[in-house]
Write a protein that binds this ligand. Sequence first.
Ligand SMILES: Cc1cc2nc3c(=O)[nH]c(=O)nc-3n(C[C@H](O)[C@H](O)[C@H](O)COP(=O)(O)OP(=O)(O)OC[C@H]3O[C@@H](n4cnc5c(N)ncnc54)[C@H](O)[C@@H]3O)c2cc1C
Length: 554
Amino acid sequence: MSEQQKSVIIIGAGMSGLGTAAYSQMNGYQCTVFELHETPGGCCTSWQRKEYTFDWCISWLNGTGTNNEMATIWDELGCLENVPIYNTEIFNSVVTANGEKIRFYVDPDKLESTLIERFPEDSKLIIELCGHIRKLRKCMPYFPFLKSGGLMTWWEKSKMMWQLLPYMRTFMKTLAVTMEDFSKRFSNPTLAEALNWIIFDRHSELRLMPFVFNLACAANQNAGVPSIGSLGLAKRLANRAKELGANIHYKSKVEHILTDNNRAVGVQLADGSVHYADYVVASCDSYKLTRKMLQNRYPHPVLDKLFTKLEEDANSVVFPGCVAVFIAVDADYSDHDPYTSYLLPESISRQLVGNYHSGIGVQIRNTLYPDHAPSGKSVLYVTYLSSSEAWQAMEQSVVQSTSSGQSRNPYTRKRRSPEYKQAKKKVGQAIIEFLNQYFEGLTDKVEFIDVVTPLTSERYTENHNGTVLAWHPFAPLTEELENYQIKHGPTFPNLDNFYYTGQWSTFSGVTHSTASGRYVAQYLCRQDKKPFRVCCPEQQNTKQHITNEADNYA
Ligand SMILES: Cc1cc2nc3c(=O)[nH]c(=O)nc-3n(C[C@H](O)[C@H](O)[C@H](O)COP(=O)(O)OP(=O)(O)OC[C@H]3O[C@@H](n4cnc5c(N)ncnc54)[C@H](O)[C@@H]3O)c2cc1C
């Protein structure tokens, strides 16, 4: 490290921590990343079970297209170079409890014509919905993604507003209404309910905006699936950060942030070792960051309000976790729609521990990731949003394993109660029993299953209650946090040389979290009064798009 070069310690090798490392290295900082798990990626991960790969994360990745700032992030980081991208013609299908199926096509023209043909009584609202999607498709190149609002100059903000002006009406209309309220205006009850399930689970409390935004991204082939999978993407980013000079240490849990005179100066790891740097960046759960790592010594005007609510009722501010059941099957289900939400009868729904809604999302994972199952076999990926508390109740006596075997990671090993293990098994069985009517011979052809709960998620990522998306998007306090950060940056008022990043600081999602690392590098440069720069990989970016056509499905 040269005398001039400043050092940065980053807590967490999720996509935001790795993004921070890559962009900070590009700007002359020497980064050291500490990650408690033994692989990079955090939530963006997958794992191997026999000849199958179980991919936990990416169902779509924003920025797989071209000519928009989300795509620029991946181009700059070189993560999607020469990677085949899979797109689908169907965003999701919804099958009601009495077996009626509605397909939500990616192409707004096809979506509009198929829905109007079937539900002519709702033509006006269908046209309105598809109109929003078309409008957002057009404004994709102007969505700001490369700089946080807090770093934009007056001129940049004015330019952005000018470019977005023609789309403001759509923004306002889709941000003003939740999907629940929008869907209530439809007269056909089946369509009204199905709309709430477009994003796999029932997201009635979400604004209309994220629905139309993601449909617009998909229509622009900007929400595809990279064939390298979630862990493959994370590994590419980790390699890029390392090529740029970052050091990444796995099985290294940060216990405390060291401060001196209200300035972050380093970290203490769980093994007792201490490490010093000019800056510390936390890319992990902000509740544990504040309460444990900073030991409540640094108040934050908005985070403290969020934490008070979180302690009263976590669900009021934190997005829930989910249960994921991976089913390895010796059968080829590639003729099924790749994504389908099934609404459940009460008899099945009540068997799903912790569920909020009577439905499950089912993906034929190997349609999107052909390498994830051997030829002629399938991986079904079944998910439902679940409370963490329902699982915690079975785990009153969760014990940190004392095993000290060399290959074991003391920070992620847990001994689970027999009751918890039994409950996971029963959830898997109930789902297989239900799906048997839609997937011929399923019960007999299951090879094995793997059930992931919100507790599994918390165990491997330390995210509160195993949340899927950190703070509730668009909730009033989340917006207050966003506004605070625009004014003051992702910082604590009385702690210098410290930043936080990732899904707890911004919107979540793989691309957003990765982009938040870029923002922190920009803040570092601003603090050190130097221009921010990017050095792109030399190779030309060539993405190969493959579309799974709807005609392929039964
Ligand atoms: C089931 C599921 C499906 C999803 N599907 C999609 C999708 O289809 N598309 C999409 O865009 N997004 C999806 N997301 C969201 C996306 O994965 C996340 O928003 C994003 O990956 C978050 O990245 P992050 O770096 O901010 O946080 P994390 O991924 O949580 O990374 C934080 C890292 O910090 C580490 N850490 C925590 N505490 C410590 C400590 N004390 N010391 C050292 N290390 C520590 C953790 O181990 C972890 O690796 C999904 C999420 C889940 C859970």
